[in-house]
Design a protein around this ligand. Sequence first.
Ligand code: F6P
Length: 754
Amino acid sequence: MRITFRFIGSLVVVVAAVAFFAAFLQVRQEKTKQQDELERRSRLLAESLEEAMEPHLGKGSSKTLERLVEKFGNRERLAGVAIYDLNANPLAVTSHLTTALPTAPLVVRESMEKKIDVSQFGRINNKQMHIYSLPLGIEKGRTSGALVLFHDAAYIQAQLGSIWRRTFWRVLIQTILISLVTLLLVRFAVGGPIAQMAEWMKQLRLGTDSESFKLPKEDLFAPMTREVATFAKHLHQAKIAVEEEARLRQSAEAVWTPDRLKEHIRSKLDGKPLFVVSNREPYMHLKQGRATQVIVPAGGMVTALDPVLRACGGTWIAHGAGDADWDAVDEQNRIKVPPDDPLYTLRRVALTKEEEDGYYYGFSNEGIWPLCHIAHTRPIFRPEDWQAYQKANQKFAEAVLEEIAQVDEPCVLVQDYHFALLPRLLKEKRPDARVALFWHIPWPNPESFGICPWQRELLYGMLGADLVGFQTQFYCNNFLDTVDRALESRIDWERFAVQKENHATLIKPFPISVAFPSAFGDIGSEDKAKMDRAALLKELGIKTRYLGVGVERMDYTKGILERFRAIERFLEKCPNYQSEFTFVLLGAPSRTHIKRYNEFMAEVETEADRVNWKFKTKDWKPIVFLKKHHSHREILPFYQNADACLVTSLHDGMNLVAKEFVASREDEGGVLILSRFAGASRELRDALLVNPYDVDQMSEAIRHALEMDSQEKASRMRRMRETLKENNIYCWAGNLITELAQIRLPQSLAAKGG
Ligand code: F6P
């Protein structure tokens, strides 16, 4: 309360000071105005009297003068009139002033000497008077005396006093009102929300359900609410982590959590920061009219790596591809992310349109991507794209070298097929760096890979790394076979390592995963609460009993056309499901500047249209294609309400949609239909595994999923969740970094004399 009083006290002082200053100015202005007015009236009156008085001066006709003086001396506010001769002796004075004026006022002599009218204020008969003296006879060239007018000026003082009085009352009333309003404001607008927030924090501390409490919504509290909510989120996560650790200690299990990973990395890297390089950035700033929107790009790599960086901190170096990216960074092209809860640094690398065309769209996605995915799209290898790829790898190498400049023996995790050359470029400049390359996509057999005109250069660049990771052992084997065929090197099949030019590269599988248990950890419980199936269907305008879902980057490797054909087959074979089953595809447009992707998008639309046309009724259709980028917040309700999630990739390194779906099903409901050609099928054995080229088998899997009894569903889901729990993304990062940290660098060997 003391603060409130101090606040009100200061307000009162300021208001009073301002009001009194304003009153002071008003009084001063009023006084000048009144005095000027009096002066003006005196002058006018004196000039009109002058004519009547002047002829009688110096003619000894004092009787006439006295008569005139008496006649004019009793006008309104005029207290008297006097006439003086050249020696300032009174010739005639209004009778009631005679005794009060034994001598002429000072202005009389002054006005005659200066030959101008002069006025002053003075006290006569205990009254404030305005005395105005006008020399007479000036116009005739000789002064013959002075005419003096006395005005009662007491009324000016009275008026000024009244202004001061009015000001006093106004200030008093204003002060009382302001104090009252301030007290009420503090009480309701500030005190209320603070009490609300305090109560919420208390509940949080006590561990009761703090989420049902509403935080203040007022703008004034927005920054505080945001900070407190983030703080609470961290507290909540820390609490869960501690409880989980305690539980794990008790059950002697070893599940990876963000905190465990953080500790692990701290000890493995001796407290040094972690560096990650990828083409795709984890947060993209996009212009939306005048505003800027931040999105998390679609794709498994970001879903997987962001939780790792959130847990451990460090720097993520990536291409700044958003059209508002460069407005958001500092002079070093860095920005702290996630934007609303900064936990690590994103360093953006700029590429020209030509570089992006050749390196990203061209060589990476028209060359290596179809080369590694057996999905029957021919790779295109253009020499100019290869040039751009080399240049872009060089450019990223420079950015990474800048970032790691101050760190001894830094650990760098290079991501994916965009950077096959980067490991060697880094190691050439920084042999003390520990460099791992993780290849997120499949690695084909040596014959398939061998069609690439620059296969040897790519392999040589990759073998600059100390560790090359793949999603499965099968891809590791393919890679070693490819190296064996293409390069002069020694392969150690026991250790799974390649020895080339005195440098060893370990080749190991690290199946990537999601942040189990909360794959979408960035979603608050407030949003989770809204996710109700009826509302979801209503929002989509769908009426259906069974819901199937697919979440895809729109890519020809994902088996989307095959999926639609399987849905068609299913509805043909099981007509009782017509009007009962709808499949929703959340499809994010991807790599849209590539012809094949454009054609593919059109094919998907045509195929969805064809199947819908065949079966649709007035208020039902089998396929809903939502073609846009969906945030985690938008995807989660679909996962949580789906009867089946369909992942039917023709070929896929891992496929994290399958894992996100499992992670989202705390209720142990829903069935996963999963392609045998996705890396995830090696771990998620309780999914219904399908060959996406076998339309009948897929349609049967849909039927099986919808008719599976809830016990079987739950036990399958439970087992898959157990697998994810043990092999989450923290486990992936922990294993990768453990392996990398164990690698003995040449200097350390030398230091140990080895
Ligand atoms: O799956 C391979 C991959 O490169 C991922 O690493 C990434 O998440 C995804 O494709 C997205 O591709 P892009 O970055 O080209 O949109």
